[in-house]
Design a protein around this ligand. Structure first.
Ligand code: NAD
Length: 487
């Protein structure tokens, strides 16, 4: 693959202003995959202007035509699947065969689902006291959206949460992706335009989040913000928006996966391993914290460790690889430090334990299982975002609830038990937006509303399929005065 400079897109055309660039290196082999343009507030202003110019026509486009457009976009992405997956694997580091191709499928589904959901949106006529009035409450697009997305599913999250639903509902968008995945974002934007996306409906500005993302949020021409990323950045985003526009935040997670004494340990171990090691643990809903009853915890940890030893960590393009390197070297360093801290405090490493010896870059961290993780250490309470299963022991239900409360996050959780009634009652007590019973915390499909529990560090608002369609529209009540029939 040639080391191209990834174009931004403004008003339907590739936009390559004279800006400094930054090299993007693939985590798999360290080779240069391209150069990202470090955009400025001026570039954002151009993008917002283009989005505003496109807004009236796009909003007025009949909804069935917008749905048809989304289906064409889906078909175009499907036709480019192999190329997009190869670019994604090279730039992100996720395995081409087992994960990158799946993310392209998710993008296709996002646009197809958005088409279906938008034509199912319902308006309602409501009763009022005045007999001479009729009131229709309908949903309309919010206007120009600033969409800010993370690197872990660079085009999957963007498409499912915002691009498909946003385009389908008649919004126009200014997208600022994480700079380390600007290449795949740029290529997807090109594919969508080649398939007939009208000019200015989707504008892409690359660069540093605090520069271009911040300029988009604070721009007076932007009506609403959709953000997915870390909790710390999410708080900055909410502050920057300053209460002037709706902000939807999808933030970090460290959801508890609770194992009760009566759990089917084989089932739990397989699900937990899947939840911990998929996408190398770089999922907001990853299984990052297993709270297991002391009577079964070590047995469970050993079974998860057996799965960890089956994980093939390697080159993202190798047929045998089942887990790729971590996306950034800093993240790899942090995850290794978290493992070391837990081990120093008495955690027992049953599988993995750190960087893979002899790997081509510093990004390769082994599938790791740590048993008897000390309460309160980073592996217990912080977001790990790496391929680690920390097993924390508890003895009493009071102790379990105290452990749950010790983490600031409230995104997804899991409960493993043969007693579904008991598991259900416990699920209702968890401060989590999603709770999966006898399934990994990371299990999700876009028809399930995704988002954090109120008051936690995991954000607010809901995304995914129909939920994003709702989130990206607002209600408008239209009141009609009726006239008496002439006799
Ligand atoms: P991040 O917060 O570092 O960056 C996210 C995005 O925000 C990037 O595009 C970045 O450029 C931009 N950004 C950074 N600072 C900004 C600022 N001051 N103003 C405006 N934009 C700014 O997150 P990340 O490391 O890219 O992604 C990983 C995080 O995302 C994890 O915490 C993960 O849990 C979370 N995540 C959450 C969900 C969810 O559905 N809740 C889904 C995927 C990822």
């Amino acid at each position: 693959m040639t080391a191209e400079t990834f174009p931004m897109y403004v008003g339907g055309a590739a936009y390559t202003p004279d800006r400094p660039t930054r090299e993007v290196r693939g985590p798999g082999d360290g080779a240069v995959v391209g150069h990202v343009l470090m955009g400025t507030a001026e570039d954002v202003d151009r993008a917002v202007t283009a989005a505003r110019a496109a807004a009236p026509a796009h909003r007025r486009t009949p909804v069935f035509e917008r749905a048809e457009l989304c289906r064409r976009l889906a078909d175009a992405v499907a036709a480019e699947k192999e190329d997009l997956a190869a670019r994604l694997a090279a730039e992100h580091g996720k395995p081409f065969h087992t994960e990158a191709r799946g993310e392209i499928d998710a993008v296709v589904t996002a646009f197809r689902d958005a088409a279906d959901h938008v034509v199912s949106l319902r308006s309602e006529s409501i009763a009022v006291r005045d007999p001479a009035k009729r009131v229709l409450v309908q949903r309309r697009p919010r206007g120009v959206y600033s969409v800010i997305t993370p690197w872990n599913f660079p085009i999957g999250v963007a498409s499912i949460y915002y691009l498909g639903p946003g385009i389908a509902t008649g919004n126009t968008l200014v997208w600022t992706p994480a700079p380390s995945v600007a290449g795949i974002a740029s290529r997807l934007t090109a594919v969508l335009h080649e398939a007939g996306l009208p000019d200015g409906v989707l504008n892409l500005v690359t660069g540093e989040g605090p520069v271009v993302g911040n300029a988009a949020i604070t721009h007076p021409g932007v009506n609403a913000v959709g953000f997915t990323g870390s909790t710390a950045t999410g708080y900055l985003i909410a502050e920057a928006a300053g209460g002037r526009k709706p902000v939807q935040l999808e933030l970090g997670g460290n959801g508890p996966s609770i194992v009760l004494p009566d759990a089917d340990l084989d089932l739990a171990a397989a699900a937990i391993a899947n939840g911990s090691f998929s996408n190398a643990g770089q999922i907001c809903t990853s299984t990052e914290r297993v709270l297991a009853h002391a009577s079964v915890a070590t047995e469970l940890a050993e079974r998860v460790a057996a799965h960890a030893r089956d994980v093939v960590l390697g080159d993202p393009f190798s047929d045998s690889t089942t887990m790729g390197p971590l996306h950034t070297a800093d993240l790899a360093k942090r995850v290794c430090a978290q493992i070391d801290e837990a081990a120093a405090g008495g955690g027992r490493i049953l599988a993995g334990g750190g960087r893979q010896a002899g790997a081509p870059t510093e990004h390769y961290v082994e599938a790791t299982v740590v048993d008897t993780v000390p309460h309160g250490c980073d592996l217990d309470v912080a977001e790990t975002f790496g391929p680690v299963t920390p097993v924390v022991h508890w003895n009493t239900v009071e102790e379990l609830h105290a452990l749950v409360a010790a983490s600031e996050f409230g995104l997804s959780g899991a409960i493993f038990s043969r007693d579904v009634g008991r598991a259900f009652a416990l699920a209702e007590e968890l401060p989590c937006g999603i709770v999966n019973l006898n399934e990994a915390s990371s299990y999700w499909e876009p028809n399930i509303p995704a988002g954090g529990a109120a008051g936690t560090g995991s954000g607010y608002g809901r995304t995914g399929g129909p939920w994003s369609v709702e989130e990206m529209t607002e209600q408008q009540a239209i009141v009609l005065r009726t006239a008496p029939l002439e006799s």
